[in-house]
Design a protein around this ligand. Structure first.
Ligand SMILES: Nc1ncnc2c1ncn2[C@@H]1O[C@H](COP(=O)(O)OP(=O)(O)OP(=O)(O)O)[C@@H](O)[C@H]1O
Ligand SMILES: [Mg+2]
Length: 525
């Protein structure tokens, strides 16, 4: 089996790479509705609440050992703990209203929602506190104990605690969760080996996102490497219509969280299962479209010197909404997909570089034989092999073996039995994708240009050419008729003066209808 030779890497997120959106999140906190909780949701809130963090100006303490805390460096983003802590400990010196002043609005909600912290340094809170203390000191004339407390308070008027609400909430763990403050979780949409994925709406922009959260704590584990790989890969792969779009990533509560584009059609695995339950499978045009689109995504990944290494139906996501196509960046991406859906490669947790691979094998059912033998000289072709098997599953192939004789026979170029007859050229193409010799398998780039996959495009082109040819024929016929009329006019000039007859001498005879002949809105052509 292949080994993991990852160089030691550590989580080090100095910034999430996203603009500050914390202000609005604060506002929403004050008025937040209770999030819809899905059955597969992990008990994050409880976990957060068990934390008891003492505010320190320099080093926030928590049950996470300081070394781990420092390693995670969660805190530099505007909406992550460090900034929140510093906001709660630093008074506003500027005359310009600062964020913590905006936080004021929460003070009215504070009465209703006790879980929201109140910044003790805002003018509003200071005023409220001093009024509170005044009332208390008035009462103190009648109550000896109160008098004593009031005295103590006055004596410590320079102490920052003077400003704190009488029932000072802890630096709530809830406040530490960027996930909870920025997103409203709607449902759990998938659970994989590495993480659970949630459909969330971002409070700030109101858009839907898929948020993947690692299932297990990541610090120091092999999961950390996987998590980092996925984030690194997403960050490098940027925008492509056939690769799931990445927005942000951060570590929280020792779990990696990745904010990705939400694909509203679920995974290809879901689609295959759904069809299978109704005794259906992908049609040949759908299969061609699937192969072409994923090849485009792979071509892009490979062109950046990377390989996916975990291509399979559950890692290909589907977008159904019309805007899903996004911007194209090459000749192939100009066209809208024939099936009306957009396939996107996701789950970049196994991505590695072609030139210096650190191979973490993907699903064994889709593993090319040479990768099993630790021959990494043709890694992009391992993606092609997995893509071939993916398309065969969509075509109705039975579930793939994880090992054994059937596993080996698939790697000797034998196609599994299918419930539908595929056209010979398409079947032959799929065979080449599974060729035991990786060098014989077509590259993603070749697949993108392959005639078998471009057939529909060629069909569209032929239809367009036919239409243009008809228009040209019509124009030629018109010109011939006019020429004939002109000749007639020359031979019998007296007819030209009669109404409805041919043009008078001196009038432009040939080509006078050029303007008209440029317009081709003729019905039937
Ligand atoms: N962006 C997304 N849009 C829609 N659904 C998604 C998205 N990302 C993930 N999912 C769903 O969640 C499932 C698990 O996601 P993903 O494959 O990223 O997790 P994983 O833990 O890395 O999986 P694996 O078991 O393959 O390692 C997917 O199969 C899919 O159903
Ligand atoms: Mg996956």
């Amino acid at each position: 089996m292949a080994s993991v030779n990852a160089a030691p890497q550590h989580l080090n997120f100095s910034s999430s790479g996203e603009e500050d959106s914390s202000d609005n999140s604060f506002d929403e906190w004050a008025h937040r509705s209770v999030p819809v909780r899905s059955p597969c949701q992990t008990p994050r809130v409880q976990r957060h609440r068990t934390r008891s963090i003492t505010v320190s100006p320099s080093i926030p303490t928590s049950p996470i050992p300081y070394a781990a805390w420092k390693k995670l460096r969660l805190c530099d983003s505007p909406s992550t703990p460090k900034s929140l802590l510093s906001k709660s400990t630093l008074p506003c010196s500027s005359s310009k209203p600062c964020r913590s002043q905006r936080f004021l609005r929460l003070s009215t909600a504070f009465d209703r929602v006790p879980s929201v912290n109140v910044n003790p340094f805002t003018p509003e809170t200071v005023r409220r506190n001093s009024e509170h203390h005044k009332r208390k000191s008035q009462r103190s004339d009648e109550d000896e104990d109160d008098a004593q407390r009031s005295k103590e308070t006055q004596n410590s008027s320079e102490d920052e605690n003077f400003f704190l609400p009488s029932k000072r909430p802890a630096v709530s763990a809830r406040m530490l969760s960027r996930y909870e403050s920025e997103f409203l979780e709607l449902s759990c949409i998938g659970v994989g080996e590495f993480g659970s994925v949630y459909r969330c709406v971002k409070r700030l922009d109101g858009c839907m996102y898929a948020i993947k959260r690692s299932r297990r704590p990541i610090a120091g584990s092999a999961n950390e490497q996987l998590a980092l790989k996925e984030v690194y890969a997403h960050a490098v792969l940027g925008h492509h219509p056939h690769v799931v779009r990445y927005y942000s990533a951060w570590a929280e509560d020792d779990h990696m969280i990745i904010q990705n584009e939400y694909c509203d059609g679920g995974s290809l695995h879901d689609a295959i299962t759904e069809k299978g339950e109704q005794g259906e499978f992908f049609s040949v045009p759908e299969l061609r479209d699937l192969l072409l689109q994923v090849s485009m995504g792979l071509k892009y990944i490979h062109s950046l010197g990377l390989v996916h290494l975990d291509i399979k139906p559950s890692n290909i996501f589907i977008c159904i909404s019309s805007s899903a196509g996004g911007e194209g960046d090459s000749e192939e991406e100009d066209e809208s997909p024939s099936s009306g859906v957009v396939y996107k490669i996701g789950d970049l947790g196994h991505v590695t570089s072609i030139s210096s691979p650190q191979v973490e094998e993907g699903d064994s059912r889709f593993l090319a034989y040479e990768v099993l033998r630790e021959d990494y000289t043709h890694l992009p072709k391992a993606d092609i092999f997995a893509l071939g098997l993916t398309v065969l599953l969509a075509a109705g192939a039975p579930p793939l073996p994880q090992n054994g004789d059937d596993w080996h026979s698939l790697r000797q170029g034998e196609l599994p039995s299918l419930p539908q007859e595929l056209p010979a050229p398409f079947k032959d193409l799929l065979k080449t994708l599974l060729d035991p010799d990786p060098t014989t398998r077509p590259s993603a780039s070749v697949l993108c240009r392959h005639d078998v996959l471009r057939k529909e495009r060629a069909g569209k082109l032929a239809a367009q050419l036919r239409k243009e040819l008809n228009v040209e024929k019509f124009r030629t016929a018109m010109l011939e008729r006019e020429l004939k009329e002109a000749r007639l006019a020359v031979t019998s000039p007296q007819q030209s003066s009669q109404p409805g007859s041919l043009p008078r001498a001196g009038r432009k005879l040939v080509g006078r209808s050029a303007a008209r002949s440029m317009s081709f809105g003729f019905p039937g052509y």
